[in-house]
Design a protein around this ligand. Structure first.
Ligand code: FAD
Length: 372
């Protein structure tokens, strides 16, 4: 056996698992097709530390977001990772949305979210004089993080505990062996090589379903099939960077496919609008932000930032959500599962790890630890 554990994918989830597992003394290899960590979804997100407000009670998303929120702040303090507990307002822009904001508040309470409270309109307008709202709630534990430095700290600690990293290597096949698994890998020179492992952790993000299929799982039957959902961002001109002081979120759509076009602030203090939701018919990693989306972003944001001008916003980045297919738009939870019941013992699948995956990363790694 070459390794106790092979982790497929060096996004934030694979890195968090590597750090956790190697600390327990297991030999561990992370295989990643890109030249470094976090080249895909983990570097194309809002970098928001969520509080766990919206997700259904008892879902993994709710549970792991709430515990992951606490763990990630502790980590940031311990390892000196730049972050800000900046706080977020969820607002009702008109009367029709007031009931929904109330329901979001109740849901947050059910999920055990700390630090969420109703605010008076007077206090809200004092905090955010440029934002129009009918009512608002405030989450003080929603924040922002330098996700690159966070991932770098995970990689460094995993390496210190003995994890090996094979960048520019792609997993192309998985076979079950007597003791575990044989993985076929293409190296940077296009050559095939083989590695054996006792455990496999599938943290392959946008290809988590492909990896499951390589291991022999009927992905459609297991309901593991992904549908890519792109989220675009527009940034505000730097002259407007002081017009918002906290993260501002309108009410999301019912299916939670996205949280509505909201305002985020990054660690450099720049303001961004987004992400929106665009379900893709093809499985390509196309990160184009089309200029024609500008009017949609403007209309959405102008509802609550009345002084915004069309010229204030410019196309920025995009990311792709690894969404589990939901035929009727129903809520789909994270899947974190050891696959003995499919005849694949010691294969741990992490499927559909979309938002709040960054926030929940340390809690997800802890959940994986309980499965080994
Ligand atoms: C638009 C957007 C906004 C978001 N905002 C937030 C937010 O504000 N807060 C939050 O908590 N979460 C947010 N998220 C979610 C968060 O970004 C993800 O949950 C998280 O990054 C997922 O990490 P991952 O490691 O699972 O996936 P990835 O980062 O995609 O990593 C998977 C890795 O697996 C590798 N891989 C795949 N197949 C193979 C193979 N065959 N061989 C080798 N390597 C392979 C890939 O190259 C990739 O690097 C957002 C997501 C999106 C798309």
């Amino acid at each position: 056996m070459d390794y106790d554990f092979v982790i497929i994918g060096a996004g934030v989830i694979g890195l968090a698992c590597a750090e956790k597992i190697s600390k327990l003394g297991h030999s561990c290899l992370v295989i990643e097709r890109n030249p470094g960590f976090g080249w895909e979804t983990s570097s194309r997100n809002s970098e928001v530390i969520h509080a766990g407000i919206y997700y259904p009670q008892n879902s993994l998303k709710a549970k792991l977001c709430v515990s992951g929120n606490r763990s990630i702040y502790e980590w940031c303090v311990k390892y000196d990772i730049p972050h800000r507990r900046i706080g977020k307002f969820i607002i009702a822009v008109d009367e029709n949305e007031e009931f929904e904001v109330e329901q979001i508040f109740e849901n947050a309470k059910r999920n055990g979210v700390d630090g969420i409270r109703k605010v008076s309109l007077f206090d809200f307008e004092k905090a955010e004089p440029n934002i129009k709202a009918k009512s608002a709630i405030f989450s003080k534990d929603t924040g922002i993080i330098d996700s690159h430095k966070f991932m770098a700290s995970l990689e460094e600690l995993a390496k210190k505990s003995g994890t090996d990293f094979a960048y520019k290597h792609k997993v192309v096949n998985i076979e079950k062996s007597n003791q575990g698994y044989e993985l076929e890998i293409i190296d940077p020179f296009g050559e095939n090589c083989r590695i054996s492992a006792n455990y496999i952790i599938n943290a392959a993000g946008l290809d988590c379903d492909t990896i499951s299929e390589l291991a022999g799982i009927n992905v459609d039957k297991a309901c593991y099939r992904l549908q890519y959902c792109r989220g675009h961002y527009f940034k505000l001109n730097s002259a407007k960077r002081n017009m918002v002081n906290h993260l501002i979120y309108p009410v999301p759509n019912k299916s939670l496919s996205g949280l509505g076009i909201h305002v985020t602030i990054d660690m450099a203090g720049d303001l961004k609008l987004g992400p929106d939701t665009e379900f893709l018919t093809e499985r390509t990693q196309d990160y184009t932000v089309n200029e024609h989306l500008k009017q949609k972003f403007y209309d959405a944001a102008q509802r609550y930032i009345p002084t915004l001008d069309l010229e204030d916003i410019q196309p920025d980045q995009a990311g792709i959500r690894p969404k589990l297919k939901a035929e009727k738009g129903e809520f789909r939870d994270f899947i974190i599962k050891e696959e003995s019941d499919k005849g694949l013992p010691r294969l741990i699948n992490l499927i559909g790890i979309e938002s709040p995956g960054l926030t929940a990363s340390l809690a997800i790694a802890e959940e994986v630890r309980t499965l080994i």
